[in-house]
Design a protein around this ligand. Structure first.
Ligand SMILES: [Zn+2]
Ligand SMILES: [Zn+2]
Length: 206
């Protein structure tokens, strides 16, 4: 395999695993951070501490002195743990298929994790960085603020791909899934009224 082809496969591995990162984050956030069933420690740190220290209201969502700037990032061993969980899968896949994707895939996991931690911290602790005033950052910051109110929505922090695909994306005022259900319920109720009317007409005719 030429050097270019190897690089291309690593780039494919990176892209696929970066996209997968959004779904892994979604799962991890829902079941490891907001449920005590699998691991209690991550639930306590996130739901009981992070969400209690930083809330939806703007004055609580952002850090203010003299509060400590803590309870935002994960434990130092989180990244090694994520890499250790995914390494056997990636290396196994590479050994079976001879497609060099393992380094790209692991790099994507580390990059995704790094961006997650950096931006999640920046959302809660405003700083002088240029991006803090950019539209894109303000959008994802608001996306995460809504999560601090509706904990089972907006489970992605900076890349809401899984939220969009899995129907958990919402704004402060609207949720596409709730709106859809409302629409479906209205249609159901209208259908029921129609059947009742038809029954009434039939019995009146008899
Ligand atoms: Zn947060
Ligand atoms: Zn959360």
């Amino acid at each position: 395999m030429s050097h270019q082809t190897t690089l291309l496969w690593e780039a494919i591995g990176f892209t696929v695993f970066f996209l997968y990162g959004s779904f892994f984050e979604w799962w991890f956030h829902k079941y490891m951070f907001h449920s005590p069933k699998i691991v209690k420690r991550t639930f306590v740190h996130h739901t009981l501490i992070h969400h209690q220290v930083y809330k939806f209201e703007p004055e609580s969502y952002e850090w203010h002195a003299p509060r400590e700037k803590d309870h935002i990032t994960m434990d130092w061993w989180a990244l090694p743990a994520f890499l250790a969980v995914h390494a056997p899968v990636l290396i196994g896949f590479q050994m079976l298929t001879h497609l060099p994707v393992a380094i790209g895939g692991l790099l994507a996991i580390a990059t995704y994790y790094g961006i997650y931690e950096y931006f999640h911290y920046a959302m809660h602790v405003p700083g002088p960085q240029w991006f803090q005033r950019s539209k894109l950052f303000l959008f994802v910051k608001e996306h995460h603020r809504v999560h601090h109110k509706y904990m089972l929505h907006n489970l992605n922090v900076f890349f809401p791909l899984a939220d969009t695909v899995l129907g958990t994306y919402r704004t402060e005022f609207t949720s596409p899934r709730i709106e859809r259900n409302k629409g479906a319920n209205r249609a159901k109720a209208a259908a029921q009224v129609k059947t009742q009317r038809q029954k009434a007409t039939v019995s009146a005719a008899e």
